[in-house]
Write a protein that binds this ligand. Structure first.
Ligand code: ATP
Length: 488
């Protein structure tokens, strides 16, 4: 990361804390590694992001419905899905610093360094070696690669490594009152399995016809070996997933459609299009016949925000096998029973949140020849903004607060709005800019005479005079979901 992007990222993180978007979890006890709390504005933004996804996926598609499955599931679910045996990361410890690393990530960091140093051939060879070792689950080979390439611990600077071991990422706990009778259950590491086990429940009760989809938003938990980059890699996070069930043989067509649809959804948020790209998987998971990530260029490089997988019939077949229950669909159009194939789109809500913060945050220099000036702005899409409008009486006296509160009371029924009468109007505008409020409504002496107010726009800082009675309509036109959804 260059100094400039490093500073930018640090500023985003501290801005998020200072203005009540994201706090380290249980901070008074020095925090809990890779766990974060969303503050008063962060939870509003998160809710708006969820709504944007839910509306785009469920509301706009006649053949997609949403569910809310429990976090705890029957333990056999995770046997069937392969998570008990295979949801592992290779880890290695440095004996001097006592720090733990993911062996593959240490090697990837080395590849990135070779690339930065212009040693392209060396980087490619190392990438090929890494892929081969991962494909073969060859842990001793990973250790040898680390030694051969002189990879040192970033903390101790030494090569005093332990063996590479597999580390299962699932958190487990006990369900049941007594220790003897208790069952080991897992905190789900993905929301998808809650959809697969409910496939027939939803299909039958909703009379769904293939192709159809089941969507879900919910918490997932992974005991990540190392967690870094703020809310990028967390141990408790939220996913928004769609499993779309299709007739076997049509899956690659649907995969292409969803790949396109999902990128369009990201771009509709108005970020810089050059910051998004597809990353096709060369090495496919055993259950997939096509897979791509949508990556966003964070200040620390391009990273996955969403994964789109053609998962074949792997999951439903596994659940059939382990449960002994048929998970088939009778397709009246071709008069056949089959286990549907599945296209999955899976996006991390917290990573999306971080893309929106990075895309929106700007420190603007507004200095003129005579005066130094600057402001921090969050250029959120108005539909996503935590606060839609701030109502500001010019002064605290002469009936201006009453008039302002009248407007507040009307608008607050439909929108999250704020009232603020403290400090100069300029300072109040800056405070709203810093939390991304798209509009400020200023009530002044003229308002008492002709019932008009000043509407100030966050991005352009332009002001216009509008009739107070038109405010509901104006705000609804500017912040309404249709501005986002109509382009999808
Ligand atoms: P990565 O390779 O970055 O670990 P993944 O390929 O394991 O991610 P998936 O299992 O495909 O991720 O999960 C789908 C989405 O869930 C990811 O695209 C990401 O946005 C999100 N996600 C996965 N793990 C985490 C995590 N630890 N913290 C926050 N979000 C996560």
């Amino acid at each position: 990361m260059s100094k400039q992007t490093d500073d930018f990222f640090k500023n985003v993180v501290s801005h998020a804390k200072e203005y009540g978007f994201v706090f380290p979890s249980s901070e008074i006890y020095d925090g809990l590694s890779a766990v974060y709390d969303y503050g008063q504005l962060g939870s509003e933004l998160k809710n708006n992001l969820k709504q944007y996804w839910w509306k785009a996926m469920v509301q706009l598609h006649e053949n997609i419905v949403g569910i809310d499955a429990a976090i705890f599931m029957h333990p056999t679910t995770w046997k069937a899905s392969g998570h008990v045996d295979g949801f592992n990361d290779p880890m290695i410890d440095n004996k001097d610093s006592k720090k733990r690393y993911r062996a593959d990530q240490l090697i990837e960091d080395k590849i990135a360094r070779y690339e930065t140093d212009g040693k392209t051939e060396k980087a490619q060879q190392l990438q090929a070696d890494l892929n081969a070792a991962l494909n073969d689950d060859d842990l001793p080979r990973l250790k040898t690669i680390i030694e051969e390439h002189n990879i040192v611990c970033p903390v101790s600077g030494t090569k005093n490594w332990t063996e590479v071991r597999q580390f299962n990422l699932m958190f487990s706990t006990q369900m049941g009152a007594s220790a003897e009778g208790a069952d080991t259950v897992y905190l789900r590491p993905e929301t998808a399995q809650g959809i697969f086990v409910n496939f027939l429940n939803v299909q039958k009760s909703g009379r769904m016809k293939v192709p159809f989809g089941i969507a879900q938003i919910g918490k997932a938990f992974r005991n990540e070996v190392i967690a870094r980059q703020f809310i990028m890699r967390m141990r408790e996070f939220e996913q928004m997933e769609l499993q779309f069930f299709v007739r076997p043989g049509t899956e690659l067509e649907w995969y292409s459609k969803w790949k396109e649809t999902r990128l369009k959804w990201h771009l509709a948020l108005g970020g810089d299009t050059a910051k998004y790209r597809y990353h096709d998987h060369v090495k496919l998971a055993h259950y997939a016949n096509a897979a791509v990530d949508i990556e966003y260029e964070f200040p620390f490089g391009f990273k996955e925000v969403e994964g789109i997988h053609s998962r074949t019939d792997f999951d439903l077949i596994q659940h059939q096998k382990f449960s002994g229950k048929k998970l088939q669909y009778f397709d009246p159009e071709i008069n056949q029973n089959y286990v549907p194939y599945v296209i999955e789109t899976s996006i991390g809500l917290d990573r999306l949140f971080l893309t929106v913060l990075c895309n929106s945050f700007e420190e603007q220099d507004l200095s003129t020849e005579d005066k130094k000036d600057s402001r921090s702005v969050l250029h959120f899409h108005p539909a996503l903004a935590p606060v839609k409008a701030a109502i500001l009486p010019l002064t605290k006296k002469d009936g201006l607060p009453d008039k302002a509160r009248e407007i507040l009371n009307r608008l607050k029924i439909d929108y999250n709005v704020q009232y603020d009468e403290k400090d100069s109007i300029g300072k109040r505008y800056r405070r709203q800019d810093a939390i991304g409020t798209p509009f400020c409504i200023t009530v002044d002496y003229q308002s008492l005479e002709d019932d008009t107010v000043t509407l100030r726009h966050r991005d352009s800082m332009e002001q216009e005079r509008v009739a107070a009675v038109d405010l509901e309509k104006i705000i609804s036109d500017l912040v309404g979901w249709k501005n986002l959804l109509a382009v999808l």
